[in-house]
Each structure stands twice: as structure tokens, then as C-alpha cells.
Design a binder for this molecule. Structure first.
Ligand SMILES: Nc1ncnc2c1ncn2[C@@H]1O[C@H](COP(=O)(O)OP(=O)(O)OP(=O)(O)O)[C@@H](O)[C@H]1O
Length: 341
């Protein structure tokens, strides 16, 4: 378990002080994939550097896997840090070493014998899907393959916690997805805790169990990913959620409808979890005798269940349309009227 209690990190002097991490309290359970999202300067990197012991908090306590990082002596801190590994945005590989030599490097430093090193390296190469590329140099690999080496190297010391610092931010969307699948697979197979920082809600949606939203050093919102998608409370969280829900397709469809003035009441529905599987719409159409035009829709899948939005045009008697919208509310579907013609 990772526990942060009243953690503050300030840089600079009294006259020019920056609070990078501002009174953060959070608990991350063993085996959890926990995401921290925030814009540039929110304090994510500082938070992750506090977690791996590279920075000491100005005040507060950080405990990881039973070690109190903020107070332990240097030798114990080195031992504790063996249990915490890191994956970096720009991979941080050794360019003059092959794939297997990169993965083996932390084991050499730890004094592990050659036979054990070789066995561990081939296990890891298999795990991250790099079989056949053992003797390649980083310059001969794609971005996704480089990150696979970075992940294998991070796992070589059998860590309990894997910290990922924008691990997919330098990758294209398809490669991002394959690396996120790999992280999910590792979490399932090895049961290790993963803490990742990102500015992309897609990353949070795809693999995290819980998320903390950071702004100006503070954790302003935290919860299960599906709950946060369903009802984001803070303005900044709403902006992150809309990275996914207001797709380009929805925006285009809206612009087109506004320009065409096709009539009806334009509503956006947000479905969460079980609601995505129930015939709420057909019940509404039958019961209220209205016509429906589906303008745009998409369903996203989070670890906690499905989440979707649907843009509809409702046509019919105004009272019936209004009762239909009330019905949707009653069924637990969040409904927002975007325009009435
Ligand atoms: N070593 C340092 N000395 C002084 N100020 C720092 C230091 N490290 C971070 N800061 C400041 O702390 C604040 C938070 O920075 P941090 O890098 O943690 O944010 P971030 O969310 O990771 O942003 P980014 O994604 O751009 O790295 C910023 O105002 C930054 O300038």
C-alpha cells in the first residue's frame, strides 16, 4: 500500500516559493492501477519523484510497501527504492547496449550472477513481447518496442510498485494502446501496483481503476474512473472527461445541425455501466410517442464498466418531448438539452 499524508513539496526561497505539491492525501491499494492526471505544471512529476524517493517532502509522510520514505536512513531508502521501479516518457535506454543488455543492467548493478540474469532477461523478453529482438540496439527499435524494453528493465528487480511517468506520451495512438494493454497484462499477471501520471484521459479510461486529478499542486478530485466519468465535479475534471466524450464527430454533427436548423430538441445523453445495456431508448419512444433521430454516439469501456454518450434529436409534441426527457432522468441517464428549434 502507498499512503501519502499531508504531503507538501515547496521549491525556492521564501520570497520566490513554489508549492509544487500542496497538502496531498491519498492511499493506493496493492495491485491497483492508479492514475494521476493534470495539465503541465500541476505537480505530477514532483509527486512521482516523491514516490520514488528522488525528492523529499517539505512536510508530511509517504509510506510505500511498509517503508516510511520521508524518514528512513539512506541505506534503507536505497533498499526501499529497489522495490519501486520507473518507466519514463523518453525510455532512458542505454544506446550502446542491446535490448537484453539494457534489461540486464539493473541486475548487474544488483550483483546478480550471469545464469540468473540470463534466465530473468529471457522471461522478461517473453513477457513484454520482444522475442527475436534481443540483440537489437535501441536505435533499431520502434518507439513502442523501446518502451517495451523500458518496461522489461523496470521489472527486472521484481518491484512491488511500477511508476510510469507519461509512459505513452511520446507514442502514436495505436502504439499507446498496445503499451497500455501490456501494462494491464503485467498488472494482472504479476499483481504489482502501477501508478501512472498522464495528461491524457484516454490513458486513465483505458487502464486505471482509480484516478486523482491534480491542479496547482492539489488533488482536486479523486475516485473510481467510472464514477469520475459519470459525474465529474470540478471544472478541470469536466474538461478532461470531455477529451473523450466530446469527440470530433459529435462536434461536427452539432455544427452541421445548427447550420441546417433541422428542428426538434437536441439532447445529449450520458449512459454509465448497466444503463448502456438496457433498452431505455426504445421504451422512451414507445411510451411517449415521439420520433428520434440518432445524430452521433459512442460507447467507451473503462475498467469499471461501459460509459457512453448519444446525441439525439427528439421530434414531437413539446410536452411529450419534455416528459420523455424526465423519463430518461428517472432511468438514471444523464440528459442535457443542447438546443430547441
Ligand atoms: N526542482 C524544481 N525547482 C523549482 N521548481 C520546480 C522544480 N520542480 C518542479 N518545479 C515547479 O513545480 C511546479 C510543478 O511542476 P511539475 O513538473 O511537478 O508539474 P507536472 O504536472 O509534472 O508538469 P509537466 O507535465 O510539465 O512536467 C511547476 O511550477 C514547476 O516549475
Amino acid at each position: 500500500m502507498i499512503k501519502l499524508t499531508d504531503v507538501n513539496k515547496r521549491f525556492g526561497t521564501d520570497s520566490n516559493e513554489i508549492t509544487a505539491v500542496d497538502n496531498v492525501n491519498l492511499t493506493i491499494e496493492d495491485g491497483e492501477i492508479f492514475g494521476v492526471i493534470g495539465y503541465s505544471g500541476a505537480g505530477k512529476s514532483t509527486l512521482i519523484r516523491l514516490l520514488n524517493g528522488l525528492e523529499k517532502p517539505t512536510s508530511g509522510e509517504i509510506s510505500i510497501a511498509g517503508h516510511e520514505l520521508s524518514t528512513i536512513p539512506a541505506k534503507e531508502l536505497r533498499e526501499a527504492r529497489q522495490k519501486i521501479s520507473m518507466v519514463f516518457q523518453h525510455f532512458n535506454l542505454l544506446w550502446s547496449r542491446t535490448v537484453k543488455e539494457n534489461i540486464s543492467f539493473p541486475l548487474e548493478i544488483a550483483g546478480v550472477g550471469k545464469n540468473d540474469r540470463d534466465r530473468k532477461v529471457s522471461e522478461l523478453i517473453e513477457l513484454v513481447g520482444l522475442k527475436g529482438r534481443e540483440d537489437a540496439y535501441p536505435a533499431q527499435l520502434s518507439g513502442g518496442q523501446k518502451q517495451r524494453v523500458g518496461i522489461a528493465r523496470a521489472l527486472s528487480n521484481d518491484p512491488q510498485v511500477l511508476l510510469c511517468d507519461e509512459a505513452t506520451s511520446a507514442l502514436d495512438p495505436e502504439t499507446t494502446d498496445s503499451i497500455l494493454d501490456l501494462l494491464t497484462d503485467i498488472n494482472d499477471k504479476l499483481g504489482l501496483t502501477i501508478v501512472l501520471i498522464t495528461h491524457e484521459m484516454h490513458v486513465i479510461r483505458k487502464i486505471c481503476h482509480r484516478v486523482a486529478v491534480m491542479e496547482a499542486g492539489k488533488v482536486v478530485e479523486m475516485g473510481n474512473v467510472l464514477d469520475v466519468f459519470q459525474s465529474p465535479k470540478e471544472q478541470i475534471t469536466k474538461r478532461f472527461v470531455s477529451q473523450i466524450t466530446q469527440t470530433a464527430g459529435a462536434e461536427q454533427a452539432l455544427q452541421h445541425l445548427k447550420a441546417e436548423s433541422t428542428g426538434g430538441t437536441l439532447v445529449k445523453l450520458v449512459f454509465v455501466g448497466d444503463r448502456t445495456e438496457q433498452p431505455v431508448l426504445s421504451t422512451m419512444i414507445r411510451r411517449f410517442d415521439i420520433d428520434v433521430n440518432i445524430v452521433q454516439g459512442d460507447i467507451s469501456h473503462t475498467k469499471g464498466g461501459a460509459y457512453g454518450t448519444l446525441l439525439l434529436q427528439l421530434f414531437g409534441d413539446r410536452d411529450k418531448v419534455s416528459s420523455a426527457i424526465d423519463f430518461l432522468h428517472g432511468e438514471g441517464v444523464r440528459t442535457e438539452v443542447i438546443g430547441i428549434d
